[in-house]
Every structure is written in structure tokens, then in C-alpha cells.
Design a binder for this molecule. Structure first.
Ligand code: XMP
Length: 304
């Protein structure tokens, strides 16, 4: 656990020192990590912080509108969906996907930096992102997924030594809204790591709907550390009288302290059954729903 007051003081100073007189661009996703970063940086450098929200086309249902409302228009929204889908076309390897996404993020930041005169990049990378990337487990989009040739004078990562629960404590110390403080983690590469194989607009649209149903059924009632839907393949089903080659949706709901290890929630059968009924009834292309009962390790939380 961190001493929150001390951490805030040190982080604000660190950002101030690293930024000097420069302007700093950052991606604000509305999650707890980037929101804490933005609050610290605002204390440190005021309006020399340039926060942008990148709509990758891989976000959850209603997310972009929610962020617009939450930050009350004090945020530039960049619609980059076309370029993310173009960059992902034809890629099936999970690491390649993460690298393509990491690269796109940085290119968008570089463009926005040029436009606004910013020369530094601020990122909400936390400790587990670093260990998992450095340990070769998977390239988190903001660490191992970053291209090496970045057109910035420097990258500032004030949360790089914190675990998620510590970031939440700092969020409390900064007085951020409870809604942000307790939000479920959502990975930077978004729904792309919840679709096995090539990412297409069609698959993302299906997983987005399924994910929204899973969140509706589970978040309030069970308060999981994380819950979501993933598209794991195609299988045979029958809807009406017609055989259907439809998607298999996997539901994941886990308890965890820091994302490094996780245990599946023991959900009531009625809840699972209701979710399966809703997902197959409300999303035409889905034939089957399964519940993932694997802990981490050996499985990771996300599917890729
Ligand atoms: P895994 O799948 O590695 O996930 O067990 C552990 C936690 O990290 C999140 N995650 C990511 N977050 N960029 C992020 O910002 C990423 O590339 C990334 N990959 C996984 C995941 O949602 C879980 O909370």
C-alpha cells in the first residue's frame, strides 16, 4: 500500500520536472489509470496537458458518449476507428495485433502532438503492465506494444510502480468520482483482444453487444473485478427451424486483487442461464454461450 499524500506530492513533482516548459499529450480513456494520470498532470502543469480520447472503434457500447459526458467536453475526441481497423486487417497473431494497436495509438498521439505543439507523452502504465510485457507474457499495448521509433522528447509514466488497487487509492486521495475509482479495468487494445483471430467490424459489433449484456447481468449484482464476453470461434446451432453456423461467446467473470492472478466467480446457474438466453436471443449471429471457469494462471484474464 502506498502513502497516498506522499505519492501524489512526489508524482506531481516528477511530472513537473520531466515536462519542464513543454506541452504534454496524453490519452484519457476514462479508466482509473489514465484519469489519475490526468488529475496528477493537471496539478503539475495545468493547461500544458493536452488530453485526448482516441475512439479506436474497439470500445465498449456507449463508451465514447459516456466519456464525453464525464469530462464535460474538456477533452478532444479523435475518431480513429478507420485507421485501427485498417491496421488490424489480415492479422491473426495476438502479439501482432497488440503491436499494430500500440503503433496506431502512438501515431495518433504524434499527430495530435504536432497539431497542439506538445513534445512529451504521458501514459498511465502501471506495474503489472510492465512485468507482463518485460516477462514476455504479453505485450501490453502501452509497453511492449509500443514502436521503438517514437517521435517524442520523452515518455512520462507516473504510475509505473503501482498496482491497480494502489491506483484506486490514489484516485480516492485525488477526489476523483467514485464511478471512476471503482471502474472495472478495460484493456487499452479494447475489444480486439476479446475476438480470437482477425478483427473485423462485424465481430467487434457482436462482441460489443454480448459484452454489454454480460456487464448488465453481472456488474451491479456481483461486483466482479472484471467481467466480459469474448468471441472464441464458430459452431453449429439452430435458431427457429434453421441450422446456423454461429459465434461461440465465452463469458469471463473473475475476482482478483491486482490482475496478476484471478479466480473465476462461482455464479448461480440461473444467472448463467439468463445470460446465455439473452445473448443468443438478442444477438442474431450467436449460436452458443460458454462460461470460462479457468483461473489465472494457467489462463490469462483476457483471451489474447
Ligand atoms: P491478462 O489478460 O494479462 O490481464 O491476465 C491482466 C489485466 O490487464 C489488462 N490488460 C491490459 N491492459 N493494455 C492494458 O491497458 C493491455 O494491453 C492489456 N492486456 C491486458 C486485463 O484487462 C486485465 O485487467
Amino acid at each position: 500500500m502506498v502513502n497516498v499524500e506522499k505519492f501524489i506530492e512526489k508524482a506531481v513533482q516528477q511530472i513537473r520536472d520531466a515536462a519542464g516548459d513543454e506541452k504534454v499529450v496524453m490519452a484519457l480513456s476514462g479508466g482509473v489509470d489514465s484519469s489519475v494520470c490526468a488529475a496528477l498532470a493537471t496539478r503539475a502543469i495545468g493547461d500544458r496537458l493536452v488530453p485526448i480520447y482516441v475512439d479506436t472503434g474497439l470500445m465498449r457500447k456507449g463508451e465514447t458518449d459516456r466519456i464525453r459526458t464525464l469530462f464535460d467536453g474538456n477533452l478532444r475526441v479523435v475518431d480513429a476507428a478507420d485507421e485501427f481497423f485498417a491496421a488490424l486487417a489480415g492479422i491473426t497473431d495476438p502479439e501482432e495485433k497488440r503491436k499494430a494497436i500500440g503503433e496506431r495509438f502512438v501515431r495518433v498521439f504524434e499527430r495530435e502532438a504536432k497539431r497542439t505543439g506538445a513534445t512529451m507523452l504521458l501514459q498511465g502504465t502501471i506495474y503489472p503492465d510492465r512485468i507482463e510485457s518485460e516477462g514476455g507474457i504479453k505485450s501490453h499495448h502501452n509497453v511492449g506494444g509500443m514502436p521503438l521509433n517514437i517521435d517524442f522528447k520523452g515518455v512520462i509514466e507516473p504510475l509505473a510502480d503501482l498496482y491497480k488497487d494502489e491506483v484506486r487509492e490514489v484516485a480516492g486521495g485525488l477526489g476523483l468520482p467514485v464511478e471512476i475509482q471503482h471502474r472495472m479495468p478495460f484493456p487499452g487494445p479494447g475489444l480486439a483482444v476479446r475476438v480470437l483471430g482477425e478483427v473485423t467490424r462485424e465481430k467487434i459489433a457482436i462482441v460489443r453487444e454480448a459484452n454489454a449484456i454480460v456487464e448488465e447481468c453481472l456488474v451491479e449484482k456481483f461486483r466482479p473485478w472484471q467481467c466480459f464476453a469474448a468471441l472464441v470461434g464458430l459452431g453449429t446451432g439452430v435458431k427457429g427451424d434453421v441450422r446456423l453456423h454461429g459465434w461461440i461467446v465465452a463469458v469471463r467473470a473473475v475476482a482478483s486483487r491486482d490482475g496478476m492472478t484471478a479466480d473465476p466467480l462461482l455464479l448461480p446457474y440461473e444467472t448463467l442461464s439468463r445470460m446465455a438466453t439473452r445473448i443468443t436471443a438478442e444477438i442474431p449471429g450467436v449460436a452458443r454461450v460458454v462460461y470460462d471457469v479457468t483461473p489465472k494462471p494457467p489462463a490469462t484474464i483476457e483471451y489474447e
